[in-house]
Design a protein around this ligand. Sequence first.
Ligand code: GLU
Length: 222
Amino acid sequence: MCGIIGYIGFRKASEIILKGLKKLEYRGYDSAGIATIDSNIKIIKEAGKIEEIDKIKNFTSLQGNIGIGHTRWATHGGVNAENAHPHTDSQGKISLVHNGIIENFEELKKQLENKGHLFKSQTDTEIIAHLIEEELKNSKDFLEAFNRAIFKLSGSWSVVCIYEKENAIFLSRNGPPLIIGIGKGEMFCASDVPAVLEYTKEVIFLEDGDIAVLKKDSYEIF
Ligand code: GLU
């Protein structure tokens, strides 16, 4: 099992996420990565240990107050930088991390390829970002597109997603654990409580089938 963390608020997101990822290391992993919104989405990801990746690539060079992070335990595709999370859509405007397995990803990937989508990784995860991108064309807003994409998945997942045009983090749980940490002027999400305990003790455990949206001063669960 691997780990997820997300942050939105007033602090430097990459610092909070890096600390959180280290607290989730006990869950095991083979790669790690962080994405933040710094006017657009910036990503650092690589195979290996968090400490080693950080020494070379400097996670906290990522600026911004919104971000997501991931430690991967590969199920689909080898252990390398391309397959490490976060993944993006074709334009790099949507970025997401995922724990679990998308069982119908081959079928969805074929449909997306027929619509012209090109993929950078061998993961089951990357198709989710492209699906959202596709659904955005027919949705009134990002939340609707996120919902519609999630509805097409089968398998198990915790997905945490950012979109460069939204000051928000979008969550979906169907299997692997996902919690929300409620702060003052900041919100967290993670696969386990220790990743957020330093900042808040107010925690909600999402249930299977939940979709949630975090903003810095509010959260909603659907
Ligand atoms: N199935 C995804 C992958 O292979 C996510 C694995 C995980 O839970 O870390 O990249």
